[in-house]
Ligand binder design. Structure first.
Ligand code: SF4
Length: 185
């Protein structure tokens, strides 16, 4: 199987998944999308309203901001992979529960193994804690760390979630600055 086929197989498994209750009352699963050869993988928290409507990650206002941030470092969206720690929208956009994150983790782990990205950009605290447990986003954002994950040494760059940047102008300035860190690798 090619890498694209392997990713499509995971996407299929996500669409029929009932491992946790989050699939209930959703319209679409959001398995993630992008290049199977991506050097940079962005991992957010979970689908929101528009993502659930369309079955695609980061398509609402936060997605627009992510697109602008990608453009600012001349990185085409089609060359990266964008996913989330949970693949179905939590009700009313609440935080995903630890047991939901755990149930969904094998999908993300497989995506990382297949794509084998050099850089993982975590967006928000839930994906940060997957790679750097116990760290605080306010303390470590923008700081590249080396992490052993899925048998490989990888660069993890924690960033605020774009939705947080839309709420607070100070975080907007931070995320713009943090994005430039990607260009150093
Ligand atoms: S959120 Fe993940 S574990 Fe839960 S039902 Fe959806 S795909 Fe399955």
């Amino acid at each position: 199987m090619t890498k694209e086929q392997q990713l499509e197989e995971i996407a299929h498994q996500v669409r029929v998944c009932t491992r946790c209750p989050l699939y209930k009352n959703t319209i679409h699963a959001v398995p993630g999308e992008g290049s199977s050869e991506a050097k940079v993988m962005f991992i957010g928290e979970g689908p929101g309203y528009w993502e659930d409507q369309q079955g695609r990650p980061f398509v609402g206002q936060a997605g627009k901001l992510l697109d602008e941030l990608l453009q600012s470092i001349k990185l085409p969206r089609k060359e990266v992979f964008i996913g989330n720690v949970v693949k179905h929208r939590p009700p009313e956009n609440r935080d995903p529960l630890p047991q939901e994150i755990e149930a969904c983790a094998p999908f993300l782990d497989q995506q990382i193994k297949i794509i084998n990205p050099k850089i993982i950009v975590t967006l928000g605290r839930f994906s940060l804690n997957k790679f750097l447990p116990g760290e605080f986003i306010s303390k470590v954002h923008g700081q590249a760390r080396f992490v052993n994950f899925a048998g490989q040494k990888r660069v993890v760059i924690p960033m605020y979630h774009p939705a947080a940047a839309l709420r607070r102008s100070i975080i907007m300035e931070e995320i713009k600055k943090d994005f430039r860190e990607i260009e150093n690798f």
